[in-house]
Design a protein around this ligand. Structure first.
Ligand code: HEM
Length: 509
C-alpha cells in the first residue's frame, strides 16, 4: 500500500470515528428536516459512501419528495442540507455573506486553503476586476479574442487538407480556452507560450483533483495532509517564473510614469493594478491572482464547450441552422461583440446544454456562519456550521419548469426569446434578457444566481459563442460513433464530460 492509499484508509477510519462522536452530539432540532436515505448512527455512513457514485439519484429522490423544501443527505463527515423550490432558493440568493457564506461553502468544496493558498481563500479582490473591468472591456477587447480563437483552433487542431481527424475534446478545449482567456489576462506573446499555458491547465486540474482527495479526510486531518496532496506551490513557482518579468516591468512603469502611462495594455494585469492595494502590489501576489483567475475561467468554460460539442455531434440537426445564423450575422455585422448578441440560436444552444449538463447535482454551496443560524422564509432554521446547497440539476430536470425537461431541445430558448419579444411591452425592459445565456434565475442555475452569480459569465458567453461561431463556419464536425454521446463521469458532487471523449473534425469542405 503506498503512502497516499494508507493515508486515505487511515483518514476514512478516523473520520468515521470523529463523525460518529459529532453525530452523537447532534442538534435534535434538525431532526424535523427529512433525511433522504438513512439517518441511523452508522447506517447513514453506508449512504455517505453511496453518495460518491449515486449522488444525482439520491438528490433527485429527495427533490421528488420535497420539491419546495429542505432535505438532508449524509456525507462522510457532515450532513448536506439540500434546498429546493424558488422561494427557498431566493432566500439563499439574497442572503448576506456574514449570514450564509459563499467563501466558506467553496472552502469546503474545493478546499481553497490547501489547494489555492490562504491568501486566495481570504482575499477576493480580483473578483472585482472580473466583475467590472473585464466585463466592461469585452467590446474593446473582442478583436483580440477573435484573433486568438482563429490561431488557437489552427494550432491545437492541426488539421491537414480535407482529412477527418479524431480529436479528444477536453484537453483540446482546455488548450484553446486557456490561450484565448490569457490573451485578455496577460496578452501576447505569453498567451501563446505552451509551458505557461500548460501550467495554468495543470493547476486547474490539480485544484479539482486535490480537493476531492483532501475532502476524503476528516476536517481535523486536512491541515496536516492538505499541503502534501495539493501541488499548488509548484504551480505558483512556475507561474511566477513566466509572468514575473512582465509584472516587474508593469510595476516599474507605474512607479516611473504613474497609473495611466501612455500605451498601458488593456489586460487583466492592468485591471488588477487599478485596484490592488498594499501587499497585493507585489510580483508574487499578482502572479497568484492571475493563476487563480485562470483556474476560475479554464475549467468551467472548457468543460461547458466540451458538453456543447458533444450535444452538437449527438444532435447534428442543429449544425446547419447554427452555421447559417453565424454566417448571416457575420456577413451583416462583421465579427464584433455586438454581432454575437444576434446569434440567438447559438446562445440558446449553450443555455440548453448548460441546463441539461449541469456540472453536478448540487449548486450554490454555502455554510451558515451567523451565530443565530439562518432562518428560511418557510420558518426552517439551519444552525451555525450547517452546509447547504441547491438541488440545481433536479430543478433543471423539472417538467413543471421546462416542457419535456429531460429532452435536449437546442433552440428551446431562442423560440421562447422570439415569443417573448413578440409580446414584449416596449416600456418595460425588465425581462428583456430572460432567455439569454448570461441570465440567471432560481430555475436556471449553471452560473448560480443572486449575490454570488458568476461574475465571469459575460466573458465566458462571449468567448464560447465566438468559439462556436468560428467552429460551425470553418469546420465540419461529427460524432466519433454516430448517435453516441461519450458518457459523463459522475463522482460525488461532480458530473464531468468524458475526458477521453472524442469527436471527428475536418476543415469545412
Ligand atoms: C461557462 C463558464 C462558467 C461557468 C459555468 C461558471 C460557473 C460559476 C458558478 C456556478 C459560480 C458560483 C455561483 C454561486 O455559488 O452562487 C461561479 C462563481 C465565480 N466565477 Fe464562474 N463560471 C464560468 C466562467 C467563469 C470565468 C470565465 C471567470 C473569470 C474570468 C469566472 C469567475 C468566477 C468567480 C470569480 C466566481 C466567484 C464569485 C463570487 O465570489 O461572488 N467564472 N462561476
Amino acid at each position: 500500500m503506498d503512502d497516499l492509499r494508507f493515508l486515505l484508509v487511515y483518514g476514512l477510519l478516523a473520520g468515521v470515528l470523529f463523525a460518529s462522536i459529532r453525530k452523537a452530539l447532534h442538534d435534535p432540532k434538525l431532526d424535523s428536516i427529512p433525511t433522504v436515505g438513512s439517518s441511523g448512527f452508522l447506517s447513514s455512513y453506508r449512504d455517505a459512501l453511496r453518495f460518491f457514485h449515486h449522488a444525482p439519484e439520491l438528490i433527485q429522490r429527495g427533490y421528488d419528495q420535497y420539491p419546495d423544501g429542505i432535505f438532508r443527505i449524509a456525507r462522510l463527515f457532515r450532513w448536506e442540507y439540500v434546498v429546493a423550490g424558488p422561494r427557498l432558493i431566493k432566500d439563499i440568493a439574497g442572503a448576506p455573506e456574514h449570514v450564509i457564506s459563499f467563501t466558506e461553502g467553496v472552502a469546503e468544496s474545493i478546499q481553497t486553503k490547501y489547494t489555492m493558498g490562504r491568501d486566495i481563500a481570504e482575499n477576493h479582490y480580483h473578483q472585482q476586476a472580473i466583475r467590472t473591468s473585464l466585463t466592461r472591456n469585452l467590446h474593446a477587447c473582442f478583436p483580440d479574442v477573435r484573433d486568438e480563437i482563429i490561431c488557437a483552433f489552427d494550432d491545437v487542431l492541426q488539421l491537414q487538407g480535407s482529412e477527418w481527424k479524431s480529436v479528444t475534446v477536453v484537453p483540446s478545449m482546455m488548450a484553446i480556452v486557456a490561450r484565448v482567456s490569457n490573451r485578455l489576462f496577460v496578452g501576447l506573446p505569453l498567451c501563446r507560450n505552451k509551458a505557461y499555458l500548460a501550467n495554468n491547465v495543470e493547476y486547474t486540474v490539480d485544484v479539482i483533483r486535490s480537493a476531492g482527495r483532501i475532502g476524503l479526510f476528516p476536517p481535523f486531518l486536512r491541515p496536516l495532509i492538505g499541503p502534501f496532496i495539493s501541488g499548488h506551490m509548484k504551480s505558483f513557482r512556475t507561474a511566477i517564473k513566466f509572468v514575473g518579468p512582465i509584472l516587474e516591468e508593469r510595476l516599474k512603469k507605474e512607479e516611473e510614469l504613474g497609473p495611466d502611462w501612455p500605451g498601458k495594455p488593456n489586460d487583466l494585469i492592468s485591471w488588477l493594478l487599478e485596484i490592488a492595494e498594499g501587499e497585493q502590489r507585489t510580483v508574487n501576489a499578482l502572479a497568484l491572482r492571475i493563476l487563480s483567475t485562470n483556474m476560475a475561467a479554464i475549467h468551467t468554460s472548457s468543460l461547458t464547450f466540451t458538453q456543447a460539442l458533444f450535444d452538437l455531434t449527438t444532435h447534428p440537426e442543429y449544425f446547419l441552422p447554427m452555421r447559417e445564423e453565424a454566417e448571416r450575422v457575420v456577413k451583416e455585422e462583421g465579427w464584433t461583440k455586438a454581432a454575437l448578441n444576434n446569434m440567438v440560436k447559438i446562445d440558446s444552444f449553450f443555455r440548453e446544454s448548460q441546463r441539461v449538463n449541469n456540472f453536478g447535482p448540487l449548486g450554490m454551496s454555502r455554510k451558515v456562519v451567523a451565530k443565530e443560524g439562518f432562518r428560511f422564509s418557510d420558518g426552517t432554521v439551519l444552525p451555525q456550521g450547517a452546509y447547504l446547497s441547491v438541488a440545481a440539476r433536479a430543478t433543471h430536470y423539472d417538467d413543471s419548469k421546462y416542457e419535456n425537461a429531460t429532452t435536449f431541445d437546442g433552440f428551446r430558448f431562442s423560440r421562447e426569446r422570439t415569443e417573448h419579444m413578440e409580446h414584449h411591452d416596449p416600456g418595460n425592459n425588465q425581462d428583456i434578457f430572460k432567455h439569454h445565456m448570461i441570465s440567471t434565475a432560481v430555475d436556471h442555475l449553471p452560473f448560480g444566481t443572486g449575490k454570488h452569480a458568476c461574475p465571469g459569465r459575460f466573458f465566458a458567453a462571449t468567448e464560447l459563442k465566438a468559439m462556436m461561431a468560428h467552429l460551425v463556419i470553418n469546420y465540419d464536425v461529427e460524432a466519433e460513433v454516430k448517435g453516441v454521446r461519450p458518457p459523463d463521469r459522475v463522482f460525488g458532487t461532480r458530473i464531468s464530460p468524458n475526458e477521453a471523449g472524442k469527436v471527428r473534425i475536418r476543415k469545412r469542405q
